[in-house]
Ligand binder design. Structure first.
Ligand code: SF4
Length: 325
């Protein structure tokens, strides 16, 4: 059966105006997300992952950021064409976002119950107060917090519990798409595993689609169906989670990311970090953006932008795989 497409991003290009010049944050990114699936956007800090997430919600800073090209088609409609007031209805109700730091989303002076109730009320004005309260209690229970704690304040919860509250708020209006931006990075490893498991269970229960923004391949392995590896604002490799973890063919950047991770099955004395730094988005190199760090770089890489090479849906943007090397 053909899978239903929920979101299509086509040639998304985002630039930031800064005092020092124009930063090319997202460069011609395209991908699709199917209903009920999770796509991982993976890469180092500054690769353009969060900017892509904020573009979908139209939450980029208006004065400095500009989407110069592209389309964001959600359920058949280009989100970039719809008026601002309609977008605020879609935000929260149909698409919601979970940020890395729960305190970005929680107000320290309101009880957690009232904050969940507010997010339900904003998108369900026809519900009565008792119905809203009941739904908020249901959401707390769903994320493993007893409703008796509804009158507690955020500071009375641990980091992991606060993130559970944020997830309850994000899911309170049954959104079809959740964008989770490093949702477990601020948590310790055990709590991280619990929160990821809970998110995965909720996703399956409600058929929610998700974009998981992360730098952590462990998170990708646990939660994602498809993966887009992002470097300097471009998707340089895209495939199913099996393509990324089991295929022998990879973009040299993805290979570098894997080598910089500890491997439980191998005796390794030292990890091998990728040498050098991601290029300055205000002065991106010509040709392949990774050529300044790539151990396989050859002349063509320095001048010619590589195109996607397609291995049955596993896409790799690298001259090593093109026939005319
Ligand atoms: Fe390395 Fe060249 Fe491939 Fe870029 S195109 S990743 S520089 S081999």
């Amino acid at each position: 059966m053909e899978k239903e497409i929920l979101l299509t991003i086509k040639n998304l290009t985002v630039k930031y105006k800064t005092d020092d010049g124009i930063a090319e944050a997202v460069n011609n990114i395209s991908f699709q997300l199917h209903k009920g699936e999770t796509l991982g956007l993976v890469g180092e800090t500054g690769a353009g992952k969060t900017t892509t997430g904020l573009s979908i919600l139209r939450l980029l800073p208006e004065r400095t950021a500009e989407i110069t090209e592209g389309e964001i088609i959600f359920k058949g409609e280009n989100l970039l064409d719809i008026p601002k007031n309609e977008m605020s209805v879609i935000r929260g109700k149909q698409i919601s976002m979970i940020f890395q730091d729960p305190m970005t989303s929680l107000n320290p002076v309101y009880t957690v119950g009232s904050q969940i109730e507010e997010s339900i009320f904003l998108h369900n004005r026809d519900l009565t107060n008792p119905q809203i309260k009941e739904k908020a209690d249901e959401m707390l229970e769903l994320v493993g917090i007893t409703p008796e704690r509804r009158d507690d304040y955020p500071h009375q919860f641990s980091g992991g519990m606060k993130q559970r509250v944020v997830i309850a708020m994000a899911l309170a209006c049954d959104p079809e798409l959740v964008i989770a931006d490093e949702p477990t990075t601020a948590l310790d490893v055990t709590i991280q595993a619990q929160v990821l498991r809970m998110m995965d269970e909720l996703k399956r229960k409600y058929g929610t689609s998700m974009i998981m923004i992360t730098h952590d391949f462990g998170v990708v392995a646990k939660t994602c169906d498809t993966v887009a590896v992002v470097y300097a604002g471009e998707i340089i490799e895209y495939g199913t989670v099996q393509d990324i973890f089991e295929d022998d063919k990879h973009h040299p950047y993805t290979t570098g990311l894997f080598h910089s991770l500890p491997n439980m099955n191998q005796d390794t004395e030292r990890l091998q970090p990728i040498e050098g730094l991601m290029p300055d988005p205000m002065a991106l190199p010509a040709g392949c953006k990774f050529h300044t760090r790539c151990p396989h770089c050859f002349d063509k890489c320095k001048t010619v932008l590589p195109q996607d090479i397609d291995f049955n849906g596993h896409m790799i943007k690298c001259h090593l795989y093109s026939k005319e090397v």
